[in-house]
Design a protein around this ligand. Structure first.
Ligand code: ATP
Ligand code: MG
Length: 157
């Protein structure tokens, strides 16, 4: 299956005919590979929401996205710093962890929402449900669900 092509067919806007892509991965490296393939279909300006429980694999997914952008630095969860920025070959990656934020107002007050959707910026947000009111309308939603110690279900909508 050519995943990149099928992802590109997924409409970015929510609508009744929207289809999700579902992928089961059997290791962290498979999740990274899937994320890399997914990110290779993006061109900047996207806001990608990463939903999933603690330890689901959101940061692992972010590592694969960073690899697709040509970022060689180690991607660490920005749980305490809220936001980390990395410069890829042609895009800037903004990796946000909203776990410690109380609501959308708090996200806006600390400035992390300023370049949501900006050209040349790919934004990844872990725990987006914490800052729902500050999120732009047309986001790509990714749900990661733990099936077992090593298996995850990843849905891209
Ligand atoms: N198939 C898999 N895909 C992703 N991670 C996996 C998989 N199997 C096992 N893991 C492990 O699950 C853990 C996922 O950790 P990760 O930090 O990415 O979670 P997270 O969703 O970012 O959590 P948090 O909400 O605490 O930030 C890692 O230790 C990783 O090795
Ligand atoms: Mg994380």
């Amino acid at each position: 299956m050519n995943l990149a092509k099928s992802i590109m067919k997924v409409p970015m806007k929510q609508n009744s005919e929207q289809k999700c892509i579902v992928k089961i991965t059997k290791s962290a490296s498979e999740t990274e590979d899937f994320a890399e393939e997914f990110a290779s279909t993006l061109s900047g300006g996207e806001v990608v929401l990463l939903f999933g429980d603690l330890g689901a694999g959101k940061t692992v997914f972010a590592k694969g996205v960073a690899r697709a952008l040509g970022i060689t630095q180690d991607i660490k969860s920005p749980t305490f710093t809220l936001c980390c920025e990395y410069f890829g070959k042609s895009l800037r990656l903004k990796h946000i962890d909203a776990y410690r934020l109380k609501n959308g107002d708090e996200a806006e007050a600390c400035g992390i929402t300023e370049d949501f959707g900006a050209r040349g910026v790919l934004t990844l947000i872990e725990w987006p449900e914490q800052i729902e009111s500050a999120l732009p309308r047309n986001c790509i939603k990714i749900h990661i669900t733990r099936i077992s110690d090593t298996e995850r279900k990843i849905e891209v909508c």
